[in-house]
Design a protein around this ligand. Structure first.
Ligand code: G4P
Length: 289
């Protein structure tokens, strides 16, 4: 399902991206990995820690406006337990981003002090954004760079071809994010990326996708989902994903000639509404306890 898109995207880009990230690593002090708070496992890159070696990392749990709050809190502590700082953010509205600079400073505190001790008066520290496609990298960069002044002027010491944004007096951000790849050989990963809309629907079987999605969420159905389709729990009980899709189509009057239910239309509706957050805050992946 997801394979088609990622196999096309993967071979050339992966080597190029690896090279680009490795070259940029020399210039930066912290890697900021943006992941999707609804699917932290599927939206993170399997090779990142190897790629960035010992560089400190900050994790941004983005799109937290669409994720289950308790689950996001669990993910924050999951990362903290591994010594990684994680911050829930919503790059669309900017929520949570006021904690971004303080978090980077916290990570770089020792480095900052060490530089000052060496006699560097106003050390400038640099960050780079990385993440898989559609996770919110451009939204983040737009938000953070809008809050501050324009791009850093060309000046000696700044590598040609790299453009930096000043995001605070001692912090600069590389304007080109590293586009990472997900763990695309894992079927569940592909499916979860598709559920959240990170993989475009035109290469997918949307009905199959919606059926699998309904199978997954009927186990932990939200009140918003039920009221959206005027269902109660007993309507769902014992039904498989396809039957549920048919029920939703019927409830919404999605019929084709002969009174048959237009399950393709219903499937598009289900996926659109989930991605728009109409079913409430639903996280699809939880940390192992
Ligand atoms: P990328 O650079 O990593 O590829 O991702 P990009 O910023 O383009 O974001 C991909 C989509 O995700 C965009 O939606 C963007 O608005 C949305 N998005 C990013 N961050 C958040 C967030 O924290 N919360 C929510 N709800 N959405 C977020 P789009 O449909 O492509 O465009 P549009 O609807 O904004 O026009």
């Amino acid at each position: 399902m997801s394979e088609k898109q990622y196999i096309q995207w993967f071979p050339g880009h992966m080597t190029k991206t690896k090279r680009q990230i490795q070259a940029s690593l020399k210039l930066i002090d912290v890697v900021v990995e943006i992941i999707d708070a609804r699917i932290p496992i599927s939206s993170s890159n399997p090779d990142l820690s190897e790629l960035i070696q010992n560089k400190p990392k900050l994790v941004l749990l983005n799109k937290c406006d669409k994720a289950n709050r308790a689950a996001t809190t669990k993910w924050v502590s999951y990362y903290n337990k591994q010594g990684i700082l994680a911050l829930p953010v919503d790059c669309k509205s900017g929520k949570g981003l006021n904690q971004f600079i303080p978090s980077v400073r916290k990570i770089l505190e020792d480095k900052f002090k060490a530089q000052q001790a060496k006699g560097i008066k106003n050390p400038i520290l640099r960050i780079m954004i990385v993440g898989i496609p559609n996770v919110g990298k451009s939204s983040f960069i737009n938000r953070v760079s809008k809050q501050t002044r324009a791009k850093v002027e060309d000046r000696p010491g700044v590598t040609r071809g790299n453009q930096w944004y000043t995001i605070s007096k001692d912090l600069e951000m590389l304007d080109t994010p590293g586009v990472l790849w997900p763990k695309f050989d894992d079927q569940t990963v592909g499916e979860h990326l598709a559920f959240t809309g990170a993989i475009k629907d035109n290469i997918l079987d949307i009905e199959l996708l919606a059926v699998n999605f309904l199978e997954l969420i009927k186990e932990n159905v939200t009140p918003e989902f039920l009221s959206r389709f005027k269902l109660d729990e007993s309507d769902i009980e014992g039904k498989d994903g396809y039957e549920l899709l048919q029920l939703i189509g019927r409830k919404r009057g999605m019929l084709i000639s002969g009174g048959e239910i237009d399950t393709e239309r219903a499937a598009n509706l289900v996926m659109d509404e989930y991605r728009d957050g109409k079913f409430g805050y639903i996280t699809l992946e939880y940390p192992e306890v």
